[in-house]
Ligand binder design. Structure first.
Ligand SMILES: [Mg+2]
Length: 220
């Protein structure tokens, strides 16, 4: 992992977002954790006459024109990705049980949404969360999530949990804030066998009702 640990992170003020310092904190991802991102992106690409093939746990390398064997140009894929966030990410379906788990956890902890979405996605993302009654503080990040998660954890005195589908983010949190309890969750059953994991380092639980109980134990 080529990660510069010296880059200072500008961390949002959690207290200003309504987070109570003494409460446990749950930092949770959106795509493929609370929402079925891949399905939403695939549906959007289909409207553009493209196919998303589930060949590997990747984004841009899985986009094809129908009948072709070479994936779409990566830059073009990235443009579709940005446009999806701008125009269509608000239609994304919910991951089963995620919203209910957060509602339960919010009785004992503060919830913060930490998403690696492009800046132009903020409004659509906030609307999506609000429409699905997950109107928790929303923080946009880019790159590995460890530095920002560490900066958030420093602002609270209670225990902290972190939930994400991406091994790179979990590894980054382990490196920068090892005291945070880490959980990997992959919402789409089709992605589960493809998603890289390291179960010796991070707990892997793909069922939100089981995950909710495990988070509750970790932060109680
Ligand atoms: Mg994600």
């Amino acid at each position: 992992m080529s990660e510069n640990t010296d880059i200072p992170v500008k961390s949002p003020d959690l207290a200003a977002m309504g987070v109570v310092r003494s409460r446990p904190l749950v930092i949770v991802d959106v795509d493929e954790v609370l929402g079925l991102f891949m399905q939403g992106f695939a549906d959007y690409l289909a409207l553009q006459g493209l196919e998303f093939r589930l060949d590997r746990f990747a984004l841009f390398q899985n986009i094809y024109r129908p009948g072709e064997t070479e994936h779409l140009d990566i830059d073009l894929g990235r443009t579709h990705f940005d446009n999806f966030f701008r125009y269509a990410a608000g239609d994304m379906a919910l991951a089963e049980g995620g919203r209910e788990a957060l509602h339960d956890l919010s009785k004992i902890a503060n919830i913060v949404i930490l998403t690696n979405a492009p800046g132009q996605a903020r409004l659509a993302r906030a609307r999506w969360l609000g429409r699905h009654r997950m109107d928790y503080p929303l923080i946009l990040n880019s790159g590995p999530k460890g530095p920002l998660s560490a900066a958030l954890a420093k602002q609270v005195s209670g225990p902290v949990a972190f939930i994400d589908d991406m091994l790179s983010n979990l590894d980054s949190v382990a490196k920068h804030a090892p005291e945070i309890s880490r959980f990997q969750m992959v919402a789409d059953p089709r992605l589960r066998p493809l998603a890289p994991a390291n179960t010796e380092l991070h707990r892997r639980i793909d069922d939100w009702s089981v995950l909710r109980a495990a988070i509750e134990t970790a932060i109680s």
